[in-house]
Ligand binder design. Structure first.
Ligand SMILES: [Zn+2]
Ligand SMILES: [Zn+2]
Length: 87
């Protein structure tokens, strides 16, 4: 499975839900949020276990779709789009 957007086969074609402007692709959500992810190393072992489960769940979803950050230059807002991967 591969994402046609990440691999450059297609341009993301998303219209802003507010103003219908063509939105820009800002790359994968994971890449975009990684430096700012709220999941900092946590000393509490219980919290760490919760984070691990959450990561596994998102990995499962990411096998079917690739989440991208899309940006509307009109509204200066970012949204998340799920791109269906090619089989
Ligand atoms: Zn992608
Ligand atoms: Zn907009």
């Amino acid at each position: 499975m591969l994402c046609p957007i990440c691999n450059g086969f297609e341009q993301i074609a998303a219209a802003c839900p507010s103003c219908s402007a063509v939105m820009n692709d800002y790359g994968r959500t994971d890449d975009f949020t990684a430096p700012y992810a709220p999941y900092q190393p946590f000393s509490d072992p219980g919290a760490e276990a919760t984070n691990n489960r959450g990561t596994m769940a998102s990995d499962l979803r990411s096998e079917l779709s690739c989440r991208h950050v899309i940006y509307c230059p009109n509204c200066a807002k970012t949204y998340e789009a799920a791109v269906t991967k090619w089989l």
